[in-house]
Design a protein around this ligand. Structure first.
Ligand code: ATP
Length: 358
């Protein structure tokens, strides 16, 4: 049975419905991300789990308790916000002690727990400092320690990394995940950053305009997107505009060249214009022709050297394909404007739902 259950939850502000029918059972110890663009309702949904907002309809259960109408402090939840949410006039130790003090724990127990938490977040020496004397990453670790000190049943993270710079963001992300695993605490993480969601989650809930578009593991959501929105929001995607030449076999014409699609061809109609999606890592810069591979001829349009990976953009007549190759110091990257042949498996070409006007 699920540990945290969101059942048919809706939220309206006046006439505007910002969360539609949200259903999500979450297992004990699971790490679930709410992923979506700004304004899709992910924070609102998180705030309803926290108790800062009341659903217009539906129920939320934690353990065997219906918490839908409980106040935040009655829900036994720990929460970390975007940034700058520590009490500025309290020391690190006082911040971490805060929830325990409110709960009326004895001083000796509070002191022991604060020391333990500061050790867990690897800041054992900084208890006497004030938040302004800490880096952004350290502040967020203290916020995490403050949230976890009272041993909450659920941890809610509202874009806790978004104010930090790239390096710290990645290292703190890994720390959060290993801490969460060690404690086995059920966690919801809100983010608009797809890479962050892919790297940290057991499951991702992709949201768009107040609705769940797809729920799945990072592997499922990335490789088997159910909608065009999910396909383009999660990861980088090449979209090729083409005309269906033969619906039965998935044969499509793109800029005068013929390719075959391997997925999503069940509902194709000959003659219609469709978008075919292709991930950059599915494309090779070489003509490895075989029965189950497509080959296209174009020109090198752009070369981005990213370090370990080189992202190359190939232009056809109207369409572009980006592809990734690994850096190799013995092979210089291709030159802009030179001829390029690319190949990719039929199975990796996925025709997305929704016909386009010709
Ligand atoms: N208190 C409120 N009153 C009226 N409308 C609100 C309120 N809070 C949020 N909204 C609206 O609800 C919608 C969803 O907002 P929400 O903050 O949940 O989105 P989000 O996906 O978390 O986006 P962001 O990443 O920008 O925070 C938005 O259109 C927002 O303007």
């Amino acid at each position: 049975m699920s540990f945290l259950d969101i059942q048919e939850v809706r939220k309206a502000y006046g006439a505007q419905l910002v969360v539609h029918e949200f259903n999500l059972p979450i297992a004990q110890g699971e790490f679930v991300s709410f992923l979506g663009p700004s304004g899709c309702g992910k924070t609102t949904m998180l705030r309803m789990v926290a108790g800062f907002e009341t659903p217009s309809a539906g129920r939320i259960r934690i353990g065997d308790e219906d918490v839908t109408h409980l106040r935040p402090n009655q829900r036994n939840i720990g929460m970390v916000f975007q940034a700058y949410a520590l009490f500025p006039n309290m020391t690190v130790a006082q911040n971490v002690a805060f929830g325990l003090k409110i709960a009326g724990k004895p001083k000796a127990e509070i002191d022991a727990r604060v020391a333990e938490m500061l050790g867990i977040i690897k800041l054992p020496q900084l208890g006497a400092r004030y938040p302004y004397q800490l880096s952004g990453g350290q502040q967020q670790r203290v916020a995490l320690a403050r949230a976890l000190a009272p041993k909450p049943k659920v941890l809610l993270l509202d874009e806790p990394l978004s104010a930090l710079d790239a390096k710290i963001r990645v290292s703190l992300r890994d720390e959060i995940r290993s801490l969460q695993r060690a404690l086995g605490i059920t966690t919801i993480f809100v983010t608009h950053d797809q890479e962050e969601a892919l790297s940290i989650s057991d499951r991702i809930v992709v949201m768009n305009e107040g609705r769940i578009e797809q729920v799945g593991t990072p592997f499922e959501v990335y490789n088997f997107p159910r909608t065009r929105f999910v396909a383009s929001f999660v990861g980088t995607l090449n979209l090729l505009r083409g005309k269906v030449l033969d619906a039965a076999s998935g044969r499509i014409e793109v800029d005068g060249q013929q390719i075959f699609a391997g997925r999503g061809i069940a509902d194709l109609k000959t003659g219609e214009i469709r978008s075919a999606a292709l991930r950059p890592e599915a494309v090779t810069l070489a003509a490895t022709s075989s029965a189950d591979r497509n080959v296209m001829h174009g020109t090198i349009d752009e070369v981005h050297f990213l370090g370990a990976v080189i992202r190359i953009r190939v232009r056809f007549k109207d369409n572009l394909i980006s592809l990734d190759t690994f850096n190799n110091p013995n092979i210089p990257p291709p030159v802009r404007g030179s001829a390029a042949t690319v190949s990719f498996a039929r199975e990796d070409v996925m025709v997305l739902e929704g016909a386009e006007a010709a």
